[in-house]
Design a protein around this ligand. Structure first.
Ligand code: FAD
Length: 292
């Protein structure tokens, strides 16, 4: 199933992101439990990340195949940092052999010691995939606060337009904690002529350790409201999970009220978190999809 078509049928698409085991010998049993747990929550699709440096996407493909077997459409990520065309051909074959019909084309983070490869930007990967496998549906990433390497938000949006023009049919956003950044970003990209659907990326913060990693990798802002929750409840695992889920739920409710095309939840393979979020927002998503 072509994931882009979901946006024609639904006002608000709801999906989860999970990651595969890091090693080829990783625990697939635990992964299958996660897939089955997420499936119970009836997501429209599940996206599966691609490890930095890849391994030809074998673990991503394996997990995508498990997601498909569970009856949920997979969106398999593929990155091009450090890859040449033959590496991408290999990875695409691994994915399509597992029945993958939708990929998210990404550049990948710069990793010290990894040479650039044949592609400098995700847009070039999109062009290449369109050339070698035109049947694949391609999604891409976007950054409501601007990508960390971009000179400014406007340059980033100019580059995003190139990526969409190359063949991306929908965008999933980087996580963010201030909805105003997202709403402003949507206004700016629409003015720039980018008209594909955009799902808002939401990460429920259920542990303080998540936050340092997020800031260093993604460079996203932590609003004072979230900072206060972290300092008050951060040392209590139950309290911080409750507070983080409440914060994410409020973000999602506001995004739906603001007419967002979809919500993509970074659940970090945590079925409990996914279940709590899905239960909190399912009536809102159902109502908006019923046209209310
Ligand atoms: P690009 O779209 O190529 O953009 C990267 C930078 O280059 C930006 O600053 C952009 O403005 C600039 N740029 C783009 N085109 C041009 C141009 N023509 N000229 C000059 N500058 C240009 N990483 C993983 O390793 N595995 C994953 O599975 C993964 N999944 C992700 C999913 C989502 C939804 C998001 C938001 C990120 C994900 N990442 C993943 C992280 C991602 O790989 C990094 O954020 C990476 O640094 C940028 O990837 P991109 O595809 O957005 O790159």
């Amino acid at each position: 199933m072509n994931i882009r078509k979901l946006f024609d049928k639904k006002k608000c698409v709801f999906s989860f992101e999970m990651f595969p085991p890091k090693k080829e010998s990783g625990d697939m049993g635990a992964m299958l439990d996660t897939v089955n747990g997420l499936k119970e929550l009836s997501p429209d699709y599940i996206s599966i990340t691609y490890g930095a440096g890849g391994n030809g996407g074998k673990n991503t493909a394996m997990l995508a195949s498990a997601v498909k077997a569970a009856g949920v459409e997979p969106l398999a990520h593929i990155t091009c940092m450090g890859s040449d065309e033959a590496d991408i051909d290999d990875a695409l074959k691994n994915l399509t052999d597992c029945g993958v019909e939708n990929v998210m084309a990404l550049r990948g983070d710069r990793v010290e010691g990894i040479k650039e490869g044949s592609f400098s930007y995700a847009s070039q990967l999109v062009e290449y995939i369109k050339k070698v496998n035109p049947a694949l549906n391609i999604a891409g990433a976007c950054y409501p606060e601007g990508h960390v390497e971009a000179k400014n938000r406007f340059e980033d949006i100019k580059n995003l337009r190139l990526k969409v023009k190359a063949g991306v049919t929908h965008l999933n956003s980087q996580l963010f904690f201030d909805n105003e950044d997202f709403f402003e970003f949507i206004q700016l990209i629409r003015l720039a002529g980018i008209d594909v659907p955009v799902q808002a990326g939401i990460m429920p913060v259920v542990k303080v350790s998540q936050v340092d990693r997020i800031i260093s990798l993604a460079g996203v802002k932590i609003p004072s409201k979230l900072s206060r929750l972290l300092s008050k409840y951060g040392s209590d695992p139950v309290a911080i999970a409750d507070a983080g889920i409440a914060y994410a739920t409020e973000q999602i409710a506001d995004l739906i009220a603001g007419g967002v095309d979809g919500i993509h939840v970074y659940v970090m393979n945590n079925v409990t978190t996914a279940t709590r979020i899905a239960n909190n927002v399912k009536s809102l998503i159902a109502r908006v999809n019923e046209g209310q």
